[in-house]
Design a protein around this ligand. Structure first.
Ligand code: DX5
Ligand code: ZN
Length: 223
């Protein structure tokens, strides 16, 4: 189980690069992650239920077995996420993000995440408008703007979501805004200019010949 670090909570709106571990070698996960640790700010953990999204990945049991010093950013692409918050919190998640489209009582779900000492994120699919989360924004710790339809890595960035980042940043100058899907050294600067500060990258880092160099290139593009 990952150890929660205080310093993680202390820096708001800092630029962070979060490799998405969806494309990792799950047969040798801890060893694989160790190699990414020196240049990663967060590990983005994609949780899929084959229901909210048409793909399956991992659950809290696997998260519990992750041994790393890097904070875990768990992106729950699942229906009824409120039923699984406790198990992800106990498994060592630092940030737990739920989809606005997947839960009936978003406020209760966000409060439940925070009650376990985790940061609470809310995510929007590309077609979901910001108005869907307007009421909840004053209490969330992070917004995750999806820049692809959730479910799979390796898709192309959807530039039409950039205006949502602008909209959220304008209303909440201090909020952490994460962007996820098709992030590269070319698409990340568009999101940075719009106001995003956390950049999830799956294929760009994990499929690179040299993940360290790819991460540095991505970081440079948003610095
Ligand atoms: C997609 C996931 C992403 C995915 C990103 O549903 O939420 O985190 O791993 O992968 P890339 O960066 O390849 O689009
Ligand atoms: Zn994700």
């Amino acid at each position: 189980m990952a150890t929660k670090s205080l310093s993680f909570r202390e820096v708001k709106k800092k630029i962070r690069i979060a490799p998405s571990i969806l494309g990792a070698d799950y047969g040798d996960l801890n060893h694989y992650l160790q190699k990414l640790e020196p240049f990663s700010d967060l590990f983005h953990v994609d949780v899929m239920d084959g229901n909210f999204v048409p793909n399956l990945s991992i659950g809290a049991m696997v998260v519990n077995d992750i041994k790393t010093t890097i904070p875990l950013d768990c992106h729950l692409m699942i229906n009824h996420p409120e039923e699984y918050i406790e198990s992800f919190a106990k498994a060592g998640a630092h940030i737990i993000t739920v989809h606005a489209e997947a839960t009936r009582d978003l406020k209760k779900t966000i409060e439940k995440i925070q009650s376990f000492g985790c940061l609470a994120g809310v995510s929007l699919n590309p077609k979901t408008p910001v108005s869907k989360i307007e009421k909840i924004l004053p209490i969330v710790d992070m917004v995750l703007v999806m820049s692809v339809e959730p479910g799979f890595g390796g898709q192309s960035f959807m530039p039409e979501v950039v205006s949502k980042i602008v909209q959220i940043r304008k209303a909440y100058p201090e909020l952490d805004i994460e962007v996820d899907g098709g992030i590269t050294h070319k698409t990340a600067p568009l999101c940075k200019s719009a106001g995003a500060n956390i950049f999830v990258a799956g294929s760009y880092i994990l499929k690179a010949d040299n993940p360290k160099e790819a991460t540095e290139k991505l970081r440079k593009s948003v610095s």
